[in-house]
Design a protein around this ligand. Structure first.
Ligand code: IMP
Length: 440
């Protein structure tokens, strides 16, 4: 048995969807443990672009079971829309291969209105959220106002909870000039959604423990990235869940002993959507070129992503917090065509050198990155599939990354298709054992 966590080591959008899709054949179950439909996991299948927001990327493999854990916030509307979109693409989705936790929180219509008010109140200091109601739903969870999936299945309880919520929230809406929301239509809509959702709903912790007992392996699919984690990210410019490794246990009802290894995903440069500090950001033509070549537009909101150089200080921090065993490097081919490539290895702050990542925005906003510069490799690596074909210039850059992070790169993504990947078999064998051979 070898359960693996796939986790983003930057501010999200590292290419986790593609890596999960590649690794899925080695597992029976793919489980998400946090976030919601703020995520956008892009997978290209036979040249077709598929963006998954809430359902784990493993769903594209017909023999896999996908799990939505209690740590998620679930929009039932987004859930059914995604199922319909997948069905339109010929992907069979049913309750035999998709499981939703009874204890997951439900995103309600008032959450997006609360989010709108919150962001407006922040003014210039807005977080730049995805406006999916994610933050306010997690706020309600912590404030003990939350409505859980199991509540949708009990009409009387659901009705009471909606009324209680609106009694409190309507006071806020009215104070901000919005019309109060009526409980009845929301109750009717969500009662019906609950009926539709019921076949998918299970006790996920019990389900996963049974599967583990039966010798099945789980691929844990992290959403967002380590630097967006509510505790370990660049607070307050973060999402509202624990995207880091600890979230797996709380978000699925598993023990830390059931996470056997961790694969960190990093893009060969850095991107960020929304507000917040970004030490290696390029606000010049080079940044714009990376954005164009890398098609750096938010998979969920379509917003342009801010682009910058690879930041090894930040990625090293993410590797420590998550206990990363091996790395996957994505999109290095995007850097081809630039005059030179830079990667940050340390920060200068108030005259001294920082090699540990300070998560505080007011420090990050003032630091000066120290860069190592690399020439662009002579031969394109785009769509290469064998290690032996990689040019020396790229290998120099890759080995520098490995030495700086003190972690080996086991996967190199060289294009958007499932097959555009270089896989270091011996390294993958170290974490997956004989299951690694299921990938080749
Ligand atoms: P929220 O998760 O919608 O509350 O947004 C909080 C912050 O996290 C914003 O800066 C978003 O742009 C960012 N964010 C949320 N989900 C993702 C993602 O999947 N990729 C990249 N950024 C994200």
């Amino acid at each position: 048995m070898s359960n693996l966590l796939v986790i983003g080591t930057q501010w999200g959008d590292e290419g986790k969807g593609k890596i999960v899709d590649f690794l899925a054949p080695a597992f029976e179950i793919i489980a998400r443990y946090q976030g919601g439909h703020n995520a956008g996991h892009t997978v290209y299948l036979a040249g077709k672009k598929i963006v998954l927001h809430l359902i784990p990327s493993g769903i594209l493999h017909p023999d896999k079971i996908c799990v939505i854990g209690n740590g998620l916030v679930v929009s039932p509307q987004a859930f059914f829309k995604e199922i319909n979109d997948l069905k339109a693409l010929g992907v069979e989705v049913n309750e035999k291969r998709l499981v939703v936790s009874r204890a997951a929180q439900v995103i309600m219509p008032y959450h997006s209105l609360v989010e709108k008010i919150n962001e407006a109140l922040r003014g210039q200091k807005m977080i730049g959220t995805t406006c999916r109601g994610i933050g306010p739903c997690y706020e309600d969870k912590a404030a003990r106002w939350g409505i859980r999936v199991a509540d949708l299945l009990e009409p009387e309880i659901l009705k009471e909870k909606i009324e209680d919520n609106l009694a409190a929230k309507n006071k806020i809406f009215e104070a901000f000039g919005y019309a109060p929301l009526k409980a009845e239509p929301i109750f009717e809509e969500y009662r019906e959604l609950g009926e539709k959702l019921a076949p998918f709903v299970r006790d996920v912790s019990v389900f996963l423990h049974e599967q583990i007992k039966a010798g099945k392996s789980i691929l844990f699919e992290g959403a967002q990235g380590a630097l967006l984690d509510i505790d370990h990210g660049t607070y307050p410019y973060v999402t509202s869940s624990n995207s880091t490794a600890g979230g797996v246990c709380t978000g699925l009802g598993l023990s830390p002993k059931q996470v056997h290894s961790v694969l960190g995903i990093a893009k060969a440069y850095t991107t960020r959507v929304g507000s917040g500090p970004f030490p290696t950001e390029l606000k010049d033509e080079t940044g714009a070129l990376i954005a164009r070549k890398g098609d750096e537009f938010g998979a969920t909101t379509g917003r342009p992503r801010r682009c910058g150089w690879f930041d090894a200080v930040a990625v090293r921090y993410a590797c420590r917090v998550n206990g990363v065993d091996l790395m996957a490097l994505t999109k290095p081919d995007v850097l081809e065509g630039l005059k030179e490539i830079k990667a940050c290895f340390a920060y200068r702050y108030k005259g001294s050198r920082l090699t540990e990542f300070p998560a505080e925005p007011w420090i990050l906003e003032k630091i000066e990155p120290e860069y190592r510069t690399f020439p662009v490799w002579s031969k394109s690596i785009h769509r290469l599939r064998n290690l032996e074909e990689l040019p020396l210039g790229f290998l120099d850059y890759l080995h520098w990354l490995e030495d700086t992070l003190e972690i080996k790169v086991a996967l190199i993504s060289t294009g958007v298709d499932r097959e555009d990947i270089i896989c270091l078999k011996e390294e993958m064998q170290k974490i997956l054992g004989e299951r690694a051979s299921w990938l080749f």
